[in-house]
Structure formats: C-alpha cells, structure tokens
Design a protein around this ligand. Structure first.
Ligand SMILES: O=C(O)[C@@H](CO)OP(=O)(O)O
Length: 249
C-alpha cells in the first residue's frame, strides 16, 4: 500500500512580485500567479493525479490557487479543510518590508539567517503594527498568548506537524489522494519532515510557485522516491532558482 500526496505552493502573489516579506499578510495572487495555478491544475489532469480532498491554509493566495487548480482539473467539488497550521511562516517585524532593502541594511549573513536558518526567528512584530494579524478574527481560536508574532522554520514544523498527524495522515490512510495547497515555508517544513532533511541542509531547499510536487509514500509515510517528483521538472528548476535569488540585485 502506498499513499498519494501532492504539495502545491501558491502561484506568484502581488508581494512576491514586489519582493516584500509576506508571512501572514493576506495578499492576493497576481495575474502570473493565477496563470501558474491554472497550469498546476492542467498538470494534475494531464498526469491523472486527481485529488480526493484538499487541505489549505487560511490565506487567500493558497485558497485561490487550490480553487483555480482544482477547477482546471475538474476537481472543484472535492472536500476542503483549512487550518492556520498550514499558513506561511509568520515573518515577524519583516512583514511588509522589502527583501533587498533588508539585505542592504543588515547584510547578507543576517538576511539569510532570518530567511533560511532553521531556528533563528526575525524580531517579533508589535501587535498594533499595520501588518500584524494579532486581532484578525480568523485566528480567534488560537489562545492569545500562543498567537505567533514571529516564527522560525522550527516553529513552523512544531505547529504544522500536529495537523499533519491529526487531519492529513488519516485522509491518506483512507486511500485518498491528498492535495496540500500551502506556502513556501510551511511546505519546506513538511518536506523536511517527510525526507528527513537535517536542520542545516533545509536552508538550501526552496519550493517553486505553482508547480505540483508529487510524493508517493510507503506504509511508514516515507517517500518512495526521495524529494518526490515535480510534475514539470524544468519549470520547477527555473522557479527554484528565482526563489533562491530573492533579495539579490
Ligand atoms: O515572504 C514570504 O512570506 C516568503 C514566501 O514568499 O518568502 P521567503 O521565500 O523569503 O521565505
């Protein structure tokens, strides 16, 4: 028995294009991003990887990517589950700031430590900052003292894994093909877990926008093929490089 899991990072957002740290800010897909979502759905259909259930975050760039891709794959009718635990990493005080400006101001080392180290979070955001989500009603279920004000990838692993165990694994065990439509860093957290990537090595892993990543998992939920398989490997390679280069001039 193997399990079928498809990971899909949202298409390009308005803030990806503007080179801004986004995190929990609920920005919309741009036209390119909507096109990537369409292509993602076509790839699912062409390769006959048709999801039976979708799990998304509470952010519209992931929600709308899932809707567009599933519509294109004629799977717009499947059940959907949403959780803040699949949200992008909370980027703390960096939310809304320009990546190149932060790199210039603080230097490459600090920039990359905030962006890609496993366990160093950016400084926390003030609750009354215009880019804080502290009082957003969609997070009312999270006890106030546990609502993130910043997160490193380690924090994302810790809040994402309980949802993987309680909600996603049971769908896989029931024989469903599961689509997770989420974000660069929440998917990095899951890939780290699935592939057993070390805390150091995960800093070099980037997830492209809008290209489905297919994992066949064995009985122990370990990948049959390490790293899974992008449904369009050439486009994935180009997009991975673009994500890695963000913030560089
Ligand atoms: O800004 C963000 O929220 C993320 C994803 O777009 O960026 P990065 O790749 O720099 O972690």
């Amino acid at each position: 028995m193997t399990y079928k899991l498809i990971l899909l990072r949202h298409g390009e957002s308005e803030w990806n294009a503007k080179n801004l740290f986004t995190g929990w800010v609920d920005v919309e897909l741009n036209e390119k991003g909507r096109g990537e979502a369409v292509r993602g759905g076509e790839l699912l259909k062409e390769q006959n990887l048709l999801p039976d259930v979708v799990h998304t975050s509470l952010l519209r760039r992931a929600i709308n990517t899932a809707n567009i891709a599933l519509d294109r794959a004629d799977r717009h009718w499947i059940p959907v589950h949403r959780s803040w635990r699949l949200n992008e990493r909370h980027y703390g005080k960096l939310q809304g700031l320009n990546k190149t400006e932060i790199r210039d101001q603080f230097g490459e080392e600090q920039f990359m430590q905030w962006r890609r180290s496993y366990d160093v979070p950016p400084p926390p955001i003030d609750v009354d900052n215009e880019f804080s989500q502290h009082n957003d009603p969609r997070y009312a279920d999270i006890p106030e003292d546990q609502r993130p004000r910043t997160e490193c990838l380690k924090d994302v692993v810790a809040r994402m894994l309980p949802y993987w165990e309680s909600d996603i694994k049971p769908d896989l065990e029931a024989g469903k093909t599961v689509l997770i439509a989420a974000h660069g860093n929440s998917l990095r957290a899951l890939v780290k877990h699935l592939d057993g990537i070390s805390d150091d090595d995960i800093s070099g892993l980037n997830i492209p926008t809008g290209i489905p990543l297919y994992y066949e998992l064995d009985d122990d939920f370990r990948p049959v093929t390490a790293g899974g398989r992008y449904l369009d490997p050439e486009a994935a390679a180009v997009s991975i490089q673009a994500v890695a280069n963000q913030g560089k001039k």
